[in-house]
Design a protein around this ligand. Structure first.
Ligand SMILES: [Zn+2]
Length: 110
């Protein structure tokens, strides 16, 4: 089901809640809403063995973060430091804020 927005964005601090990296925290490096996936700093590291090429004459092993499903991460609230679901609230001036479901404080958008 492709969506247009995720509960997390690039630059958010998140906690992984499922899979091999459960409990890990890191920053969202990339959000891919069309595939409901995110790339999180230091999470889901993969290695690629690179054959020597004109650009990279040494070749060798390149490590990189592979995308994970966005449903496997929660926002980390900067106020209470808990991994929490985010609610939404519309300000009097019309902007939509994300709210920590645990402490009720707004979570700033990076
Ligand atoms: Zn909170």
């Amino acid at each position: 089901m492709p969506g247009k927005s995720l509960h997390v964005r690039k630059g958010d601090r998140v906690e992984v809640i499922a899979g091999n990296y459960r409990g890990a925290r890191g920053q969202v490096l990339r959000a891919i809403p069309s595939r409901r996936r995110v790339v999180v700093d230091g999470v889901n590291m993969r290695k690629r063995h690179q054959r020597p090429s004109p650009q990279n004459p040494e070749g060798g092993i390149v490590t990189f973060e592979a995308p994970i499903d966005a449903s496997n991460v929660l926002l980390v609230c900067p106020h209470c430091d808990e991994a929490a679901r985010a609610g939404r609230r519309r300000d009097p001036d019309g902007t939509v804020e994300r709210i920590c479901k645990k402490c009720g404080e707004p979570i700033p958008t990076p």
